[in-house]
Ligand binder design. Structure first.
Ligand code: FES
Length: 101
């Protein structure tokens, strides 16, 4: 996934925006990432990825614990997995979200 790819497809929030939110706002818990344009509050697909990003950038942990490689899907893999997640009935995107075909 590239920096400007949408991490939250429901609310069109890019990975760059989330990383900047973490850097500027220093959230204490991953759930505070919902304050970043509602990321994670739609279908729920991106929540695990948001948590991984949060854990990876958690400055309260020693760097050896935060430097784990994030399991990075490609943009296409990420969108396809989200499409399947929604089609399988695990979450409902809000109106205006990136469509699931
Ligand atoms: S992709 Fe983020 S809540 Fe649906």
């Amino acid at each position: 996934m590239k920096l400007d790819d949408e991490l939250c497809l429901c609310f069109h929030v890019s990975k760059r925006k989330v990383l900047n939110f973490i850097r500027v706002n220093k959230p204490r818990v991953a759930s505070e990432l919902t304050d970043c344009s509602g990321a994670g509050t739609g279908c729920g697909w991106c929540r695990s990825y948001l948590c991984q990003l949060f854990e990876r950038t958690d400055s309260s942990k020693p760097s050896s614990e935060t430097e784990r490689e994030l399991d990075e899907p490609t943009t296409e893999q990420y969108a396809e997995a989200r499409r399947k997640y929604v089609q399988d009935g695990h979450g409902t995107p809000p109106p205006g979200a990136t469509t699931v075909n």
